[in-house]
Each structure stands twice: as C-alpha cells, then as structure tokens.
Ligand binder design. Structure first.
Ligand code: NAD
Length: 285
C-alpha cells in the first residue's frame, strides 16, 4: 500500500515529534488529541523546533512554512478519516489504547494501516483490539524524535508482510533507519539497554567502583556518549524500576531482578534529575 497521508493520535512529547518529521518529509499530517491545549502546545513546539532548523540553516523559511501548512489539528478523531496510516502516540495506558483502537476502525478506510508508538505494551495484544490485526504494527520512535535516527518496527503475531513493507517505506522516507523486531517485552533496544543500566546499579551497590568511575569506564571503555548512572538519572529511576519489573514478571527469569540499590533509591524518592537527586545531585533550576 502506498502511504500518502498520515494521522497522529496524541499530541504529547512523542506525537508532536512524529508529526513534525512526517510533515517535514512531505506527508500531509492530521494530529488529534482529546485536549485542544495539547494540540496548541504541539503546534507551538513544532514551530519552535522548525525555527531552530531554519536558524541553523538546515531548512529554509519557505520549507518551514510549507511543513507547517501540511499540518492539521483536531480534537475529533473523525478528522483521521482520509489517512492511509494512523500512528497512535497517546498516553501509555493499555485500556486507553485499546479503546482508541476499537473506535478507530469505524473512522478510517478499510485498507488504512494502524501503528502504535507504545514502549511497553504487547503489539499482538493491541492488534487484537482492532478489526484489522494484520494491518497493525508497532512503530517505536525515540525521544527526541527529530534528532533520533532509529525506529523499531515491531511485528505482532498478526502483522502482514505488506503492512511491514509499507511502514518500512514511510520510515525510510522520513529519513530514519528502521530495524525489525518481533513482539517481545522491551522490543530490542530497551531489552538490552535497561538490564545494562540495572547492572550498573548492581555494580555500584556492591561497591565495585564509584558512580563517577562506573560512568567514566563505560564512556571511555565502550565509547558510550553518557555513563549508565547518569543515563538512569535522565530516564528516571522509577521508570527504570518499572521496566525491570515488567521484564522480571514477563520472563520469570531472575536475571531481570531489579538491583536492590535501584529499588531503595526509588523508595527514598531519589528518582534522578526530575527530583534533583539520583546517582548525582542536580540544581532544580
Ligand atoms: P505525553 O503524555 O507527552 O502525551 C500523550 C498525549 O496523549 C497527551 O497530549 C494526551 O492529551 C493525549 N491523549 C490521551 N488520551 C487520548 C485519547 N484518547 N485520544 C487522543 N489523545 C489522547 O506522552 P508521550 O511521552 O508522548 O508518550 C506517548 C506514547 O509514546 C506512549 O505510548 C509512550 O510509551 C510512548 N513512547 C514515549 C517515549 C518517551 O521518551 N516519552 C519514547 C518512546 C515511546
């Protein structure tokens, strides 16, 4: 299927980034959200982001204007009726997403494809909430979307080869690199990244090295752009703990048990940058 028009459900952090990169690549994009305020904020955020590109001479003012002109916003899901591909990036809540997917069927064309940007919910389970499970796929973008090059394409058990091919073509057209991943907890990137970060917490808790030396070790020894403990602080220790708990419960394998130090830091309310204290301390301003 040839994708010409794209819809985005949810105008938050991820939704506005996804809308921006699709519109920049030339797709007409319809963004919907339940909150008009979120849509207004999204348009402002996209305008600011594009303006930054104009200032850096990565885009002309005319291209910026054309990109903005390709964007439409609405609080009514019916505005998605003509879209060939709808990418859902609403709040991470399974009940909410299942409700969106059961009502989207009645709105979009029968041959339209549906994708979810979920980070943690089973694509096979979400696909089952639609009447077109073979036309459903996971498109896992990374934050911030305009900067990050990767999109994980998650094949649910029901996803057809045609759906994968059409969505892969969209990812290439928006200038991102697709990787194909079978539906599985954490997909590929978080499945590997988060246990590595958890291991850094184990190492620190066992007194293997100081936080600074653990981070320096991984930066200089493995060429990581940021140390694992500093990255934990950026992600949020509560988010890290939730993901480890999902892995632990899903795989029933003790190798995914959360590090005791991570658990205790969350109990103490030391969640990282957002609370001003994690493995490092931050000035709240
Ligand atoms: P967010 O909270 O910034 O935005 C969610 C938006 O969804 C809000 O504007 C909210 O009003 C809207 N919304 C809620 N219910 C809705 C409905 N019924 N219809 C339409 N819109 C609705 O969240 P986010 O960080 O952008 O995350 C969105 C999705 O992307 C989640 O599934 C999340 O797991 C996934 N994700 C997030 C990141 C990240 O780093 N933030 C990375 C990859 C994937």
């Amino acid at each position: 299927m040839d994708i010409r028009t794209i819809g985005v459900i949810g105008a938050g952090t991820m939704g506005n980034g996804i809308a921006q990169v699709c519109a920049t690549a030339g797709f007409p994009v319809v963004i919907t959200d339940i909150a008009q305020a979120a849509l207004d904020r999204a348009m402002k955020a996209i305008d600011t982001s594009l303006e930054r590109m104009v200032n850096k001479q990565k885009m002309t003012a005319a291209d910026k204007a054309a990109t903005l002109a390709r964007l439409t916003i609405s609080t009514d899901m019916k505005a998605l009726a003509d879209c060939d591909l709808v990418i859902e990036a609403a709040t991470e809540n399974i009940g909410l997403k299942q409700k969106i997917f059961s009502s989207i069927d009645a709105v979009v064309k029968s041959d339209a494809l549906i994708a979810s940007n979920t980070s943690s919910i089973s694509i096979s389970k979400l696909a089952a909430a639609t009447k077109r499970p073979s036309q459903f796929i996971g498109m896992h973008f990374f934050n911030p979307v305009p900067v990050m090059a990767l999109v994980e394409l998650i094949r649910g058990m029901q996803t057809s080869d045609e759906t994968l091919a059409a969505v892969r073509a969209v990812v290439v057209k928006i200038g991102k690199a697709p990787i194909v991943v079978r539906n599985s907890p954490g997909f590929a990137v978080n499945r590997i990244l988060v246990p590595m970060l958890n291991e850094a917490c184990f190492a620190l808790g066992e007194g293997v090295a100081t936080p600074e030396d653990i981070d320096e070790g991984m930066k200089l020894g493995c060429n990581h752009p940021i140390g694992p403990l500093a990255l934990c602080d950026m992600i949020g220790l509560d988010v890290m703990l939730d993901v480890m708990n999902v892995f632990y419960e899903s795989f029933k394998d003790s190798k995914y048990r959360p590090a005791p130090l991570l658990v205790e830091m969350v109990e103490a309310g030391y969640l990282g940058r957002k609370t001003g204290r994690g493995f490092y301390t931050y000035d709240k301003k």
